[in-house]
Ligand binder design. Structure first.
Ligand SMILES: Cc1cc2nc3c(=O)[nH]c(=O)nc-3n(C[C@H](O)[C@H](O)[C@H](O)COP(=O)(O)O)c2cc1C
Length: 222
């Protein structure tokens, strides 16, 4: 249930930390905002650096952060529905369990943020909001990115899974024959939207027309 007086509006929290793959976050924000949802955004210091390094985003305004959405004829309220919070403001609404929302996604999630959330050691708004999401038993989706993984990451993922989070690493599949980077990004973002129970039309499903013809060929005996 949302936190304000608009009962039908869904509310999500998105955290962007300093792992590669900023485009997953911006595409997710775009999709969530298109559904009419309210989205609370918190970006870590290294998340800001990644947004700049990978997408040339210098300011978290709509034009820079979500140019595709900003270019569309859209309802004027999009800018208000994207609520940005400073990462150092641990007094922001999303730091409190009394703030009702429908789920939080950390995308991309660095090993640093993963560890802070898993150990309860988070001292910034992003990690605090994630820990609060867990304690309130709301969906927490952690889209970790690093490769290879060390045992510390693996143990942190185990801990978070046991605590109720969903670990959804940013590793798109190739079975739908992606042709562009956008196809790969959409595959992952569609998975995240499924986890949030948000309807979408991104290509993620193994539908009939994608079925393998492998059983119709003569198998190679070797
Ligand atoms: C260009 C760049 C790419 C990075 N990519 C990753 C990554 O994919 N995964 C990761 O765990 N850390 C990555 N890091 C390191 C993190 O940003 C760093 O550990 C930082 O402390 C994360 O802090 P945060 O979780 O508060 O954002 C990257 C750093 C830079 C500058």
């Amino acid at each position: 249930m949302p936190h304000d007086s608009t009962p039908q509006r869904r509310t999500f929290v998105v955290g962007i930390s300093g792992a590669s793959g900023a485009v997953y976050a911006t595409r997710l924000l775009e999709q969530l905002l298109r559904t009419g949802a309210e989205v609370h955004l918190v970006v870590s210091e290294y998340g800001k650096r990644l947004l700049f390094d990978e997408l040339n985003v210098r300011k978290l305004d709509l034009d820079e952060l979500l140019p595709a959405l900003a270019a569309e004829p859209r309802a004027d309220d999009v800018d208000q529905r994207l609520v940005r919070h400073p990462n150092k403001d641990v007094g922001a609404v999303i730091a409190s369990g009394s703030f009702l929302h429908d789920g939080m996604v950390v995308v991309p999630c660095s090993s640093t943020s993963l560890g802070a959330i898993a150990t309860g050691a988070g001292s910034n708004l992003l990690t605090r909001a994630a820990m609060v999401t867990l304690k309130e038993r709301r969906p927490l989706i952690i889209c970790h990115r690093e490769s290879p993984l060390n045992l510390i990451d693996i143990e942190n993922m185990r801990t978070l899974t046991l605590a109720g989070a969903t670990i959804a690493p940013t590793n798109p599949g190739f079975y739908l024959h992606p042709r562009t980077v956008d196809d790969l990004v959409d595959f992952m973002v569609g998975k995240i939207l499924d986890l949030l129970r948000v309807e979408h039309d991104l290509q993620t499903r193994w539908a009939d027309h994608h079925q393998s013809k492998y059983d119709q060929i003569s198998p190679d005996p070797n």
